[in-house]
Design a protein around this ligand. Structure first.
Ligand SMILES: [Zn+2]
Length: 301
């Protein structure tokens, strides 16, 4: 019995010792933990690899990742949208230029033709026997200038068939030439002739000219540029003496008659006192104005 007890005690103690030994054997377990610690140290280098990867891609990645996502999303729609317009655009562009190019001369040509109503006015003027005039070719519309049916006014034929020459021959619209002829024959000649001397010619006459008012660069287009205006400088008598219309020392009665009759017939009359450009001659025109407005600026003294 004692022996069995002793064995049991010994066995128990031995078992206890073994447990203790095993316990002490587990103490070295910490070493493996330090081994785990280095392992995280091994994982630590991984992070540096990650940043190493992030850095290189970052420069390329910023554009690269941006394009790939955008391209796949944008490409499908753009490819479909861009392709059709490219195919449609070229045809219309190619068709538009040729269509416009021939259209321009066609659109411009009509104004270059003589207008029926102005041709009728010219026919009546030339057949009336009150002027010596010749038809000239239409002056094409360019920069606002031009005359559809112009004439060159050579002389005014008075009721007694006398001829008053117009020098030089102005090119005018026919209605302007007709009104100028009536003014000269019905008002100017009667006012200037006193029975002692006869008028031979009207000198210093201007007509059509493609230019701005008073020749001011970039200024408003002159009525001369449409054949609507005529300038007169002087009246030349058969005996050789000359009366300058812009003179402020002319016979007041005759000068008043000339001015008033001109202002009654024409839409615009400009002479001395109007501006510096009209101190040397008288300008008359038929510029159309709303409500029939007129300008009459001709100082006699
Ligand atoms: Zn003028």
């Amino acid at each position: 019995m004692r022996a069995s007890v002793i064995r049991r005690v010994w066995t128990a103690s031995a078992f206890a010792l073994m447990l203790a030994a095993s316990a002490t054997a587990e103490s070295p377990a910490p070493p493996p933990r330090p081994d785990d610690l280095p392992s995280p140290a091994v994982e630590t280098p991984l992070p540096p690899q990650r940043p190493a990867e992030l850095q290189p891609p970052s420069p390329e990645a910023s554009p690269a990742p941006a394009f790939p996502p955008s391209r796949p999303q944008d490409l499908p729609p753009p490819k479909q949208d861009v392709t059709p317009p490219k195919q449609d655009m070229p045809p219309p562009k190619a068709e538009t230029p040729p269509a416009e190019t021939p259209a321009l001369p066609i659109a411009v040509s009509p104004p270059l033709n003589e207008r029926p109503e102005e041709l009728a006015t010219c026919d009546a003027l030339l057949a009336g026997g009150t002027v010596a005039a010749t038809r000239v070719a239409p002056i094409p519309d360019e920069n606002g200038c031009g005359i559809a049916a112009p004439v060159s006014l050579e002389a005014v034929i008075l009721p007694d068939k006398r001829r008053v020459d117009i020098e030089p021959h102005p090119v005018l619209r026919c209605d302007v030439a007709a009104e100028a002829a009536r003014w000269i024959a019905q008002d100017v000649i009667p006012a200037m002739e006193d029975g002692k001397s006869r008028v031979a010619s009207i000198s210093g006459v201007g007509g059509y000219e493609c230019r701005a008012r008073n020749r001011a660069p970039g200024g408003h287009l002159s009525e001369h540029a449409r054949g609507n205006a005529m300038d007169i400088t002087a009246i030349v008598f058969a005996d050789g003496h000359v009366v300058t219309l812009a003179s402020r020392s002319n016979d007041l009665t005759a000068a008043t008659s000339l001015r008033d009759s001109a202002c009654a017939r024409f839409a615009t009359v400009l002479g001395p006192g109007a501006d510096a450009a009209h101190e040397s001659h008288i300008h008359v025109d038929l510029e159309p104005r709303r409500n029939g407005g007129k300008i009459c600026q001709w100082d006699l003294r």
